[in-house]
Design a protein around this ligand. Sequence first.
Ligand code: AKG
Ligand code: FE2
Length: 346
Amino acid sequence: MAQSGIPIIDINSADEATIGKQLVDAAEEHGFIYIRNLGQDISVEQVDEAFELSRRLFDAPIEEKVACAIQTNNRGWGGLHSETLDPRTQKIGDFKEVFNIGLFKKGQPQQPLPPAIVPDQARLEAFRDVCTAMCTKLLRLIGNGLGVGDFFAQAHEIKPGDECDTILRLLRYPPPSSPSSSPSPADAVRAGAHSDYGSITLLFRLRGQAGLEVQTTAENTWAPVPVQPPGTERDPAPPILVNVGDLLSYWTNGLLRSTVHRVVFGGSGVVEGESATDPRYSIAFFSSPSPSTELGVVPSERVRNFVPRGGDGGNPYAQRKVMRADEHLRMRLAETYGDLYKKNES
Ligand SMILES: O=C(O)CCC(=O)C(=O)O
Ligand SMILES: [Fe+2]
């Protein structure tokens, strides 16, 4: 079984310059970083509560979820197979259900939520807020590590006239045994191979639930990403997994790696203590800059000195020229949600 080798960093363990360099090194080499969760940035209770709300939301009657169906603003509920993250190779859409939650304004969601969740909407907003704060901290540290200070963090402040494209996404992957989701054909995946569309992603997972794999630099080799890597077993919660998305890769001319990943049923080797037979829940927070942000290369000496890797580093999007953050996001969404976006164009 290939090893992912993803570094584990405690972002509160040293001065900012040291942590910034550790984060940039990890983002350059792997594109994925485990951030130990000792409860300082996001409390363990808040993570548990978010998973509890997620279960309640997905358990809501189907009609209530359909009433919140995902729109081209990228908010709402998407049922089984509604998204195909790797349309080039997948014969059938992803075996997952999602609920995307956008920005709240004055305490109110700007989208419908199932009635079962409405009484707790303030908790969802609070969770979004702590995720935003954590991303701002990470973007600042990475900016310092690259010698561009607050450049990335500031680009995430929403400019007048822009909407916020950052999304809190709840995910539920049904068990392989359930009749509606029995994985057929055999090469079906829970989430197809993809790189993330935004700047950075936070990913929360539950102990014991296998499935995430990263593409290692040797092409077509997949390595599982254990929920709880060695050295974190005694932490109060599994680490928060952070990964670089396409935009941070564009901004740094490919220095920071937008690594391709997927979620599988069985895969290239299940990690000891983890299983893929149960339903799987995860929570992703996709951080995006203000939509009108231009994606020119940042004035960093480390970026200037970087000699791009041969090929595209495994990411088919890394070479494309994209001017603005929102153009990139719409392009990617139109590819993976074909019908929804086609319907709206005609
Ligand atoms: O559920 C996971 O572990 C990963 C999900 C993911 O990669 C995504 O939604 O972009
Ligand atoms: Fe992803």
